[in-house]
Design a protein around this ligand. Sequence first.
Ligand code: HEC
Ligand code: HEC
Ligand code: HEC
Ligand code: HEC
Length: 177
Amino acid sequence: MSGPNQFWIRVVLVLIAIIGIVLLGRAMMLPDSWGQYGYYRGGFIDQEAHKDMKYGTNESCKECHIEVLELKEHSSHKRLACEACHAPVAEHIKANKKFADMPTKKGERQISLCLNCHQKAVGRPEKFPMIDHKTHLSEQNVKLTHTCDQCHTVHAPLENINHVKKQRSLKEVLNEK
Ligand code: HEC
Ligand code: HEC
Ligand code: HEC
Ligand code: HEC
């Protein structure tokens, strides 16, 4: 055999070797469940389903905080998720025991939590209870640093306010007599 032919045979052999390695490597590395659902690894679904739970819904607080749940259930905050204002239950409970504090928003962080939903803004549904922070607090004759929970119970925000409204003043009682 002369030179040029030998060269092309080598090229073809090298190409066959490369294709062989690629096919072998592919067969070794592809997981069994590849292709079960088209170009998708079927085992991924099972893997995701077995990840540790992070959020537990309000149901997960019931066992230990039933009073808060019941208070909230009968208030205008009934539809809110506990974990939306606090943190995922997985950061607080492990093996059914408290292992870390659940964040409770105090001070400025609480003000911004409440205002996230209640600050008056264009585009929010008109019927939604909105306030302008500055106006709201000046109408109540208090400083802007007053936190919302100094007047509203966070889990049932109008409870004590409605209660106070129902009380008659001493003057009113005396006038009735
Ligand atoms: C609108 C936001 C919000 C929602 C929803 C909410 N919380 Fe809270 N929670 C707070 C804030 C703010 C504090 C801390 C300030 C305070 O106690 O006034 C707090 C405090 C607490 C406390 C500590 C002291 C206390 O007041 O009893 C517990 C326990 C608690 N929340 C549990 C829950 C559970 C359980 C749920 C769901 C049923 C829930 N929270 C829903 C905002 C919220
Ligand atoms: C297995 C019981 C258990 C579960 C479930 C549980 N907690 Fe608690 N939680 C506790 C204990 C114990 C404390 C500390 C004592 C106390 O204040 O009552 C606590 C305290 C808190 C506090 C006050 C801050 C702190 O960490 O001391 C908040 C807020 C709170 N929990 C929110 C929640 C929310 C929201 C859920 C559901 C997503 C939840 N907890 C689920 C047991 C539990
Ligand atoms: C995730 C959004 C969200 C957060 C955060 C939130 N709220 Fe609310 N709030 C609501 C919703 C939703 C309602 C019920 C509105 C309705 O009935 O149309 C409500 C109702 C209220 C009401 C009753 C208004 C009325 O006229 O009926 C008050 C007061 C209130 N919230 C105060 C607070 C305070 C104080 C905080 C902070 C501790 C807070 N909210 C945090 C969503 C939120
Ligand atoms: C000094 C007391 C006080 C403080 C502090 C306070 N509020 Fe109020 N808020 C009230 C009273 C009282 C009402 C009821 C007003 C009424 O019915 O005329 C009210 C009503 C509301 C309403 C219902 C408005 C509506 O149109 O239905 C929302 C929402 C609200 N407050 C949110 C907040 C938020 C958020 C904070 C914290 C930034 C806060 N409030 C701080 C006293 C207070």
